[in-house]
Design a protein around this ligand. Structure first.
Ligand code: ZN
Length: 312
């Protein structure tokens, strides 16, 4: 049990596309595939463990806490902390915001809040996303929302492959059409939708959560530019730390030939986002997600591939 491979859960959304099937090899129908939950123990999409009939990540977390360096009490009391997704936005996602732990605990039945981050895997030329807003007070924010002044209110940021964005709770954000990214986030599914471009799903608008959004939006916003980290040009065959916050550390590893990584954390999540190769003699390819457990000490990678890794 040094490596645990997960069976991803695929989700369809009105803004999704076909890249998750065509480029990431997931066996899923439809032309609106939006998200792959690659490492998830969340009740809305709990990944099966490959090769272990009937086990999911949440059941393994409780039954085999030692694989994660935990005690039975720790995994009984706390849910698996992170959720890793690959997102294919063919069209714009709705404009949204997430609460922090304190707000979610009170208003969302004890759920965790949601801090998330994005690593841009690919994007079309001139792709952009929404990050932050221009309102200087809550009154101004409410006024601009009521007047539908979205063009003035929302800040757009141009995107390129390899950009990394940290999205703290309270940050207005939306992935733009033409962007594929890997999202590392707290294990939470709490999203407040502020604006959905007036779109319809099965003939009806999707629900908006204006009051809760206004409650949690940080005013004034942090500048969008300060949320971007350019990850290009990092050394190859090394685990490069991209971001460190109280909920997660995220790393990127570009393997060219051979890379040996001494594991420094009890367990680590990994996703192959480009190319193919091997880990300790096991074949891996783009689209696969796995966990290095406490039983694995050294990971030897061979091939030509890029991986994104995270730890709690
Ligand atoms: Zn979000």
């Amino acid at each position: 049990m040094d490596l645990i491979f997960l069976e991803p859960v695929l989700k369809h959304y009105i803004w999704g596309g076909t890249k998750l099937r065509e480029e990431f090899h997931y066996n899923v129908d439809g032309d609106n595939i939006g998200e792959c939950w690659g490492v998830s123990a969340h009740k809305n999409g709990d990944c099966n463990i490959l090769g272990m009939e009937g086990e999911t990540l949440s059941s393994l977390w409780r039954k085999r806490p030692e694989l994660f360096g935990k005690s039975a009490e720790e995994t009984a009391e706390n849910v698996f902390p992170l959720l890793i997704k690959v997102i294919d936005a063919k069209n714009n996602l709705s404009i949204q915001v997430h609460p922090d732990d304190t707000y979610a605990k009170i208003h969302e039945n004890g759920s965790l809040g949601k801090t998330e981050c994005w690593y841009v895997l690919d994007c079309e030329e001139n792709a952009e996303l929404v990050l932050g807003h221009t309102a200087t007070t809550k009154e101004e924010l409410q006024h601009m929302i009521a007047e539908n002044k979205w063009e003035e209110l929302l800040q757009k940021i141009p995107v390129k492959k390899g950009d990394f964005f940290q999205i703290d709770p309270g940050t207005v954000h939306a992935i733009g059409g033409g962007i594929t990214l890997l999202e590392t986030q707290q294990n939470s599914d709490i999203t407040y939708r502020l604006y959905d471009y007036g779109r319809l799903q099965n003939g009806l608008p999707r629900e908006l959560h204006i009051e809760k959004s206004v409650d949690v939006i940080t005013v004034p916003a942090v500048s969008g530019a300060s949320c971007i980290i350019d990850t290009n040009g990092k050394p190859v065959n090394a685990l490069n730390l991209l971001y460190d916050c109280p909920y997660y550390k995220v790393f990127a590893l570009q393997v060219e030939g051979k890379a040996t990584i001494q594991k420094e954390y009890p367990y680590m999540m990994m996703s192959v986002v480009e190319g193919e190769g091997e880990i300790n003699g096991v074949s891996i390819q783009k689209g696969e997600h796995f966990i290095l457990t406490t039983e694995l000490e050294i990971a030897e990678f061979v091939g030509n591939m890029t991986l994104v890794a995270s730890v709690e």
